[in-house]
Design a protein around this ligand. Structure first.
Ligand SMILES: NC(=O)c1ccc[n+]([C@@H]2O[C@H](COP(=O)([O-])OP(=O)(O)OC[C@H]3O[C@@H](n4cnc5c(N)ncnc54)[C@H](O)[C@@H]3O)[C@@H](O)[C@H]2O)c1
Length: 323
């Protein structure tokens, strides 16, 4: 599907060689815009040929910077820089984009720590440019419908949410930047942030944040939101996948229950980046500070001392196994 927005804009992508960058390449193409320049220290970027073979590619930041500056001085403005680099580099790459006079579309989590957001907020104001988050679950039709139902339901009602997300990763994960807590923020930040953002967006701010278990490949806890009590469990461990799901050859299991009833939102994930771009280009993107409640939540989780399992973990395991 092509959703062309008025005039073609010029884009650059930082981190073009990675897993998620393909969705950005596709989104730029599908929304009818142009990709002029890309950066990645890893030169395995043949995927660019399927989308924008004429875009300039750099493996060194300094040459990329020089190229973008040359374009600007010769009257070709990069309107948007899309950031698909590892999490701990986002804020630096955002600053580069703003200095270059571009708006930013940045992958999640936009930063690792709440104070990084405050610093970016200052620079964003100084630059007169805008920073937008990729918060694609907020664009999922089932999630939008759920938010509508909650808003229109009785205001005093508090919901019980049970979130389980097991997305098993092989040995490579621990070796990559994703397995390094200083670079990715760890499991709750890197994997959980989508869901915490979504739940806070629907059910309101965090009143209490309790962590039961915090390991490198799994974590669990409890969040008291304004309108929901949330039990959450995140895991990268294949052994946690329910047998029935394993038998189907799958390595991911996702379940979100509200008052014991499953919220169905399995399909329709992969096109949400294109929808993100459509929204941004229509002036309806999610601005920088929209990410703050979820970034604060994952920062708190990352720095918590778990209170211990008190049976919650075992209860959770048994429940998942009996799925
Ligand atoms: N929205 C989503 O559903 C979703 C899913 C996965 C990942 N992400 C996010 O997207 C970003 C990228 O994740 P990924 O899974 O594609 O990781 P990845 O490791 O596959 O890709 C990251 C890319 O960044 C490049 N890179 C590393 N250092 C760089 C630098 N200094 N300058 C420019 N590029 C650099 C790497 O070479 C790599 O090609 C992360 O922020 C991640 O959290 C979002």
């Amino acid at each position: 599907m092509t959703t062309t927005t008025n005039q073609a804009k010029n884009f650059a992508i930082i981190g073009v060689g990675g897993y998620i960058a393909i969705r950005h390449l596709k989104a730029i193409k599908e929304t009818g815009h142009k990709l002029l320049a890309t950066l990645d220290p890893n030169d395995s970027v043949g995927i660019i040929d399927s989308y924008f073979p004429d875009s300039h590619f750099f493996v060194e930041f300094e040459r990329f910077d020089r190229h973008v500056d040359k374009l600007r001085r010769s009257g070709t403005q990069i309107h948007y820089v899309s950031i698909c680099s590892p999490n701990y580099l986002h804020d630096s790459h955002i600053r580069f984009a703003l200095r270059s006079g571009a708006d930013v579309i940045c992958e999640k989590p936009i930063v690792l720590n709440p104070w990084n957001l405050d610093a970016l907020n200052e620079i964003e104001k100084e630059s007169g440019r805008s920073i937008y988050n990729v918060l694609q679950l907020r664009l999922h039709p089932s999630i939008i419908e759920l938010k509508r139902q909650i808003e229109q339901g009785p205001q005093e009602k508090i919901y019980d949410i049970d979130l389980t997300y097991i997305t098993s990763r092989g040995r490579w994960y621990d070796i990559s930047w994703k397995g390094d807590i200083h670079k990715s923020g760890g499991i709750a930040t890197n994997i959980g942030v989508h869901f915490f953002d979504m739940l806070i967006w629907i059910f309101g701010g965090v009143k209490q944040n309790i962590v039961h278990m915090l390991e490198t490949n799994k974590a669990s806890g409890y969040l008291d939101l304004e309108r929901a009590r949330v039990k959450w469990y995140l895991s990268l461990d294949y052994n946690d996948i329910p047998d029935k799901v394993k038998e189907q050859g799958q390595r991911t299991y996702r379940s979100i229950k509200m008052n014991e009833k499953e919220i169905e939102f399995s399909g329709g994930f992969t096109d949400l980046h294109t929808e993100t771009y459509t929204q941004v280009l229509q002036g309806k993107g999610f601005p920088l500070m929209e990410a703050k409640p979820a970034i604060e939540t994952v920062y708190t989780i990352r720095n918590s001392t778990p209170i211990g399992l008190k049976g919650e973990y075992h209860e959770m395991c048994n429940r998942i196994k009996s799925t």
